[in-house]
Design a protein around this ligand. Structure first.
Ligand code: DX5
Ligand code: ZN
Length: 232
């Protein structure tokens, strides 16, 4: 199964409830929530208080992408706010293992996020503990940027080893097939969903593309979900 995770960053926040209902009814699987602190990335978004509100609006899993310094200080608050999945950037903390442990101890799924320039090897010591890896195909900080193709190689390597991969940045209907063929299992799209004229039909088209690729056997991890025992 390939999951679609719309990034709320590009939605119309004046209609947040309607936007969430639309994508939920159209068949989205996960909500991707981008948390930015103005330090780790040059942008500020929202924190646990808003996520707690979003939690009341949907039953979909909340996929919280932390782009903040010292994530260890905030994990408990995000879990209590309703974060089901939490990913963070290795550059943001001095103790990656401790942050993963904190996330998992409190019952959420943990992931490391790799910027386009961050080498894959960074995840090696933590592979056994990670639930998935988030590969960035833009520089983090803003929605609506252009897709960077070089990290596709990382997706291929990870997915061939049976590691669950989420991909984030610049993904639209026009290029999503490249990401799916590389083996990604969770696809984030912000402007590619919310900045289109018909959000609902865009979501359905994403899902149709996913189904097509699985049926054609082009998705490299179709039969190989969630094994994560091999290091890179
Ligand atoms: C960027 C964020 C992304 C962003 C994706 O820092 O992590 O989740 O919202 O937006 P698009 O799909 O427009 O690149
Ligand atoms: Zn994100």
């Amino acid at each position: 199964m390939i999951q679609l995770a719309p990034s709320l960053l590009s939605c119309d926040f004046s209609k947040l409830k309607d936007e969430i209902r639309t994508i939920e009814e159209a068949g989205c699987d996960v909500l991707h929530l981008d948390v930015m602190d103005g330090h780790f990335v040059p942008n500020i978004t929202f924190g646990p208080v808003v996520i707690k509100g979003i939690r009341k609006l949907t039953k979909l899993p909340l996929d919280v992408h932390l782009m903040i310094e010292h994530p260890e200080k905030w994990i408990t608050q995000f879990v209590e706010a309703g974060a089901d999945w939490i990913s963070f950037h290795p550059e943001a903390t001095e103790d990656i293992g401790k942050v993963i442990e904190l996330i998992k101890k409190q019952g959420s799924l943990a992931a490391l996020t790799l910027n386009p320039e961050t080498p894959l090897e960074v995840i090696n010591p933590f592979l056994k503990e990670l639930d998935f890896v988030l590969i960035m195909t833009v520089k983090p900080g803003f929605g609506g940027q252009s897709f960077i193709p070089e990290p596709l190689k990382k997706i291929e390597i990870l997915s061939q080893k049976g590691i669950r991969v989420e991909v984030d940045g610049g993904i639209k209907l026009e290029n999503v097939e490249r990401v799916v063929k590389a083996g990604a299992q969770i696809i984030v799209s912000g402007s590619g969903i919310f900045k289109t004229s018909d959000t609902e039909s865009t979501v359905k088209e994403f899902k149709r593309i996913f189904r097509n690729n699985i049926e054609k056997g082009l998705h490299s991890t179709s039969n190989n979900l969630q094994q994560k025992t091999v290091s890179c």
